[in-house]
Design a binder for this molecule. Structure first.
Ligand code: DX5
Ligand code: ZN
Length: 214
């Protein structure tokens, strides 16, 4: 299992300390949640913060855009050196073009689905994707309760990926902890995003390692 700790739950008054912890941990990447107050009812941080983070973070950046018009920001996401650009299916009409633009910018392309968006809607684009991010909570806030239906969705997505011969990885975001991680591993998840479970822990480095063991 790969692990992508979400910076949303970090101490914003001392990001350098938390990023140093991430660098020392065996986290596979760092998840950055961008919220615009329009697509989701919250505002987090934007490019100036991510640019500073990218200067000191040694892990690939997994950028999760919870914003309208994600197609407008490909260049800026590339410029902060992101490895993966996640955009919401619900915020994008022309997904083929956007996926192509993300690839042309040298990044991996991932489509994110809100909890109520069916996996089937990816049937005609799954072959183009490097990753699918399933939200296991409504996007916008950390620390929410895991929606159990995500387990069925993960299994459905795994079937769709296998059937289509796609190499897309499955990432899950929201309410990941010691209880939900093994269930997600069994259902077919490849990458777990974890915010509060990692950053609220006494020993975040060992929490990251324990998640990776699944
Ligand atoms: C929610 C964000 C998540 C969030 C997860 O909109 O996309 O990445 O940080 O937080 P936890 O792990 O606390 O549920
Ligand atoms: Zn996220």
């Amino acid at each position: 299992m790969q692990v992508s700790p979400s910076l949303l739950a970090a101490d914003f008054s001392n990001l350098a300390k938390d990023i140093d912890m991430i660098n020392k941990s065996d986290a596979d990447m760092l998840h950055l949640d961008v919220m615009d107050g329009v697509f989701v009812p919250n505002i987090s941080f934007g490019f100036p913060v991510m640019e500073s983070v990218s200067k000191i973070c040694t892990k690939p950046l997994d950028v999760h855009l919870m914003i309208v018009h994600p197609e407008r920001w490909v260049g800026q996401v590339r410029d902060i050196g992101a490895g993966i650009m996640n955009f919401h299916q619900e915020a994008c009409v022309h997904m083929y073009s956007l996926v192509q633009d993300i690839h042309n910018a040298g990044m991996k392309a991932a489509v994110t689905l809100c909890p109520s968006t069916p996996v089937d809607t990816l049937k005609d684009i799954i072959g183009e994707l490097d990753m699918v991010l399933l939200m296991s909570v409504e996007p916008g806030f950390g620390g929410q309760k895991f929606i159990p239906h995500t387990l069925t969705k993960t299994e459905e997505l795994k079937k769709l990926i296998n059937k289509s011969g796609s190499s897309a990885l499955i990432e899950i975001d929201g309410g990941v902890n010691a209880e939900t991680a093994p269930l997600l591993a069994k259902a077919g998840a490849d990458i777990l995003v974890a915010g509060s479970y990692v950053f609220n822990a006494k020993d975040p480095i060992s929490v990251i390692s324990s998640l990776r063991k699944h």
